[in-house]
Design a protein around this ligand. Structure first.
Ligand SMILES: [Ca+2]
Ligand SMILES: [Ca+2]
Length: 298
């Protein structure tokens, strides 16, 4: 009886505060180790990655309990619902900075709207090419997807539709969609390139979603290295050896030529049909980011 009351109180608290954190209810619900980890290390200004030298150009270890506004801004608070229910329900209150992590909280607010946090670096940090290194973990939840992506400002502009990504692209470093294949209990997990602008007549896209994720992926930190150069885009996970190269997009196959325009970074969670039907019992769910480090080839 007492336990029921406590759980009810926790539920009420969550219901009325929208994005409030509650470790107790989360741990009971998901069984994950919800300890937030932050590696506390000195970040080298110069590194070598697969035989090439790189210089650090951006680093956020998220070590203060607030957003570093010299690096990030909140993504616009929009309810964006396009065809097929695709969209983002980004709310500032669903972004938090705690225990050395950025946290995007995905939940249903007190009006019944699915909401999530997103931050981005436009106007603060934009770079063409480079090595992007992130340490993160996510929780299993249906109805949504988590993403780390790069976007050129000019994707919204009119493009010639020349078939080349050289003049701007959206580079989705990863998207994780826990509810995409509920029948087999697998998450869609992949990398994409979109180019020639968002005009439907001209937009071109290429993706690789051949590496679905099982339950062992959730609740644990993973590291990704994304290498973008004139040859194309390479994605390494949990190591940087050849065996860790999960997605390899040669430029000639994925946009004819590699994007040469500067892009800004976005950390986000979104809802849409791709994620399957929302299961409120799986919310709140979180996207934790321990750090984002970006390098430029010397
Ligand atoms: Ca950290
Ligand atoms: Ca183009």
């Amino acid at each position: 009886m007492k336990k029921t009351l406590i759980l009810l109180m926790i539920f009420m608290t969550t219901l009325f505060t929208g994005c409030a954190e509650d470790k107790t209810s989360q741990t009971e619900k998901t069984g994950y180790d919800l300890e937030i980890e932050s590696v506390d290390e000195t970040v080298a200004e110069e590194i070598t990655f697969n035989g090439k030298n790189y210089t650090l150009t951006f680093d956020d270890e998220f070590s203060s309990n607030k957003m570093d506004t010299t690096k990030w801004r909140y993504s616009p608070e929009i309810v964006r619902q396009g065809e097929n229910g695709w969209g983002g329900w980004w709310k500032r209150k669903c972004s938090s900075f705690k225990d050395g992590n950025y946290i995007s909280t995905c939940t249903i607010d007190d009006k019944g709207t699915p909401v999530s946090g997103a931050i981005q670096t436009n106007g603060k940090f934009e770079q063409a090419f480079g090595l992007y290194h992130i340490r993160f973990k996510v929780e299993k939840a249906y109805g949504l997807w988590y993403a780390f992506w790069l976007l050129c400002e000019n994707m919204e502009n009119d493009h010639t539709g020349d078939g080349s990504a050289k003049d701007g692209a959206e580079l989705d470093i990863f998207e994780i969609v826990p509810g995409a294949d509920r029948e087999n209990n697998l998450a869609d997990f992949g990398m994409s390139v979109h180019w020639d602008g968002y005009d439907k007549e001209k937009l071109k896209s290429a993706s690789d979603f051949t590496h679905p994720l099982g339950d062992d992926f959730y609740g644990k930190y993973h590291e990704v290295w994304y290498l973008w150069n004139k040859d194309g885009y390479k994605f390494y996970m949990d190591g940087t050896g050849p065996e860790n190269l999960i997605f390899d997009f040669p430029a000639e196959q994925y946009g004819k030529e590699a994007c040469e325009e500067p892009c800004y970074m976005i950390l986000s969670a979104e809802y849409g049909v791709w994620g399957g039907e929302i299961d409120p019992k799986m919310l709140p769910a979180h996207f934790y980011v321990d750090y984002v480090r970006v390098y430029s080839e010397k």
